[in-house]
Design a protein. Structure first.
Length: 160
């Protein structure tokens, strides 16, 4: 390895690489670097113009473009809990029911009354059967028996 290093140094000496390298560094000396105020001002003006254009474009864009909807299943779950005016303990219990039931979307708890059946409860929730039955009665009070089994076949509601 020492012979390889020696050969590289000999080659650099013969090709005068050290002189070329020292001339390349001349431009980096402090006295050679002088700030050009016209380039600095031009760069600053370009940045300001770009920021102003970006600000105008975001204000002029329609609100549905600015705030694209995001898929937030837990956000929907929380919104449904608020819509039903559930208390914190009830929300916590429904959240556990969705999580322990391995639901892909936690909001499905509000569409599947069969999840509240005592026989279908996950083991950690057996002690909360009475509270879950009470929640089922509140959440699905106006639901007929045939609608409970297939929520996807129900006809869409019409606005009056």
């Amino acid at each position: 390895m020492t012979s390889w290093l020696g050969e590289c140094l000999l080659l650099a000496e013969k090709t005068r690489l050290d002189e070329i390298a020292s001339r390349m560094g001349d431009g980096f000396r402090r006295d050679a670097v002088r700030p050009d105020s016209s380039n600095t001002l031009l760069s600053l003006a370009i940045v300001v113009v770009l920021l102003v254009l970006w600000g105008l474009l975001t204000r002029l864009a329609p609100s549905h473009v600015r705030r694209a909807p995001k898929a937030r299943p837990w956000g929907l779950f929380v919104s449904l809990c608020r819509a039903h005016r559930l208390r914190w303990r009830e929300v916590w219990l429904l959240w556990r029911l969705a999580r322990l039931g391995r639901l892909p979307e936690p909001g499905l708890v509000f569409l599947e009354p069969g999840r509240f059946e005592p026989g279908g409860l996950p083991a950690p929730l057996w002690g909360h059967r009475a509270k879950l039955e009470s929640l089922r009665e509140r959440l699905f009070a106006g639901l007929r028996e045939g609608e409970a089994e297939s929520p996807t076949t129900a006809e869409p509601a019409t606005l009056a």
